[in-house]
Write a protein that binds this ligand. Structure first.
Ligand code: ADP
Ligand code: MG
Length: 363
């Protein structure tokens, strides 16, 4: 760790009480099943909202302005189309066809080709911490069926021979997987979809919208009253939020061990984000990672990768690339926030005693 400033954030009591009231209210409205962030949207301006269940999660898209309904309908249709293309379990999907293609080359939809190319780039960029070929390992742990088990390391070692993003050959829209390789866009699909929804809404002239795809948040512009959107960052150890981030025109995506997990007979918790270097659920010391950036696909892939990397590598990645912001929560109950975000982040009153470290480029 480089030197870092330890900042104590003091929260004005009156503001906090208001914030808590707001948080409670919105959580109740939309977010019972939302694993990532909860949304705080106190606007009373006219909006159109669409809610749907797709990609195994509840989605809410709220667009402001008149005549937003056709754009929302188009977005919903597109989401269902992408779900059909990318489902790992539906025999009619392209991912299923690739995974069961016995090594044959398959011509895929342009959206699938683009998503796979992007996933390859992110796998390279993160040195394989994000690796969309980890599916056979995920299945061995039972995360694909819910029949959880702890596989022996010898079994994982054999499965890991089938893992490696460089095994996937993408030539335009022609994709070839080796016989035993299986892919899964689970760590990037929602972010990717949020980008496509954003493009659809913007094309229809919408300048203010909030897209919540099961906790993958993407916002267009500002709220109609000109203020930033308020996104709650979920508290891993409690019911509420660890804090609230104010955001505009960006994606805010979290990955965490709290989203899907089981407790083994050994009493340990095992979650659905796999470290491709070991075949085991990532055990990096981080319990939650939030990435803030321009594109949903990028933030989604990166939040999964940084969760695997852990604090030190994540910090190094941020220093090398600098094209995103991040909020990391450690198992030791500390929060690390990259510079610039601290002005937009308010720690929840219930966490006022938490140590908050600001990561600065100059340190
Ligand atoms: P969520 O989709 O629950 O919000 P993530 O974006 O972090 O969370 O994606 C987790 C999913 O990604 C897992 O359910 C699995 O399908 C897949 N996955 C798990 N580990 C990795 C990894 N190291 N790289 C790429 N995908 C992964
Ligand atoms: Mg992800």
């Amino acid at each position: 760790m480089k030197a870092k400033a330890i900042v104590k954030i003091t929260v004005c009591i009156v503001m906090t009480v208001m914030l808590l009231a707001l948080t409670a209210c919105v959580n109740q409205q939309n977010n019972e099943n939302d694993p990532g962030q909860s949304l705080i949207d106190p606007t009373d301006k006219k909006d159109d909202t669409i809610e749907l269940f797709a990609m195994d999660t509840y989605m809410t898209i709220k667009a402001f302005g008149n005549h937003a309904q056709p754009a929302l309908q188009e977005a919903a249709t597109r989401i269902h189309e992408l779900e059909l293309l990318w489902s790992v379990t539906n025999p009619d999907s392209e991912i299923y066809a690739l995974n069961h293609g016995d090594g044959s080359t398959i011509e895929v939809n342009p959206a699938t080709a683009e998503a796979l190319s992007f996933a390859s780039i992110m796998a390279d960029r993160t040195d394989g911490a994000f690796d969309f070929t980890v599916y056979p390992v995920l299945a061995a742990w039972g995360f694909t069926t819910g029949s959880y088990q702890i596989p022996a390391q010898a079994e994982l070692d054999i499965l890991l021979e089938r893992v490696g993003h460089e095994k996937v050959l993408i030539e335009g829209e022609r994709v070839t997987l080796p016989k035993d390789t299986q892919i899964d866009l689970g760590a990037v699909a929602k972010g990717y979809t949020a980008d496509i929804v954003t493009a659809i809404l913007k094309k229809d002239g919408i300048t203010s919208a909030l897209i919540d795809l099961g906790g993958n948040i993407q916002v267009i512009g500002f709220k109609p009253d000109g203020s930033k959107w308020r996104v709650g960052i979920k508290d891993v150890y409690g019911e509420g939020n660890v804090g609230v981030l104010e955001a505009a025109d960006c994606a805010v995506v979290s990955s965490g061990g709290y989203e899907r997990y089981f407790v083994g007979a050994d009493g340990k918790t095992y979650w659905h984000i796999i470290d491709p270097s070991t075949g085991a659920p990532a055990d990096s010391g981080l319990v939650s990672v939030t990435v803030i950036g321009k594109d949903g696909r990028f933030c989604d892939a990166l939040s999964t990768a940084l969760f695997v990397m852990g604090l030190q590598k994540a910090e190094k990645h941020w220093r090398s690339y600098g094209d995103f912001g991040m909020i990391l929560m450690t198992r030791d109950n500390e929060l690390y926030i990259t510079e610039g975000l601290e002005e937009d982040f308010t720690l929840d009153k219930s966490r006022a005693d938490m140590a908050v470290h600001i990561l600065r480029k100059s340190d």
